[in-house]
Design a protein around this ligand. Structure first.
Ligand code: SF4
Ligand code: SF4
Length: 95
């Protein structure tokens, strides 16, 4: 399914709005149970924002030409890493 998506389709999203977590649909900080966190390499990121579209918790927002991840609410599921076709996201173990 992912291979059918043309990443150019996502370059016209403009200023992507803040994701649901910023509107307080998540009731508490949930990073406590996370064992790994996603880290974005801005040099590899092309700003396609597929990760934003697929993040189930809506914790990814646009930050210039790259993305920002709200670690307070990211649960570390790794979907953003799997969906990124530029390998711009890797998972780091929490300390
Ligand atoms: S991290 Fe990957 S999926 Fe997310 S915007 Fe950058 S290139 Fe696209
Ligand atoms: S690890 Fe999961 S919750 Fe965290 S930013 Fe990626 S997709 Fe969203």
């Amino acid at each position: 399914m992912i291979k059918d998506v043309n990443e150019k389709d996502f370059t016209s999203l403009g200023n992507i709005p803040f994701a649901p977590s910023y509107q307080h649909t998540l009731v508490s900080v949930n990073s406590g149970f996370r064992t790994e966190k996603p880290v974005c390499d801005r040099d590899k990121c092309n700003g396609c924002f597929l990760c934003y579209l697929y993040c189930p918790d809506g914790v990814i927002s646009k930050d210039g030409e790259s993305v920002n991840i709200d670690y307070d609410y990211c649960k570390g599921c790794g979907i953003c890493q799997k969906i990124c076709r530029k390998n711009a996201i890797h998972m780091e173990k929490e300390r």
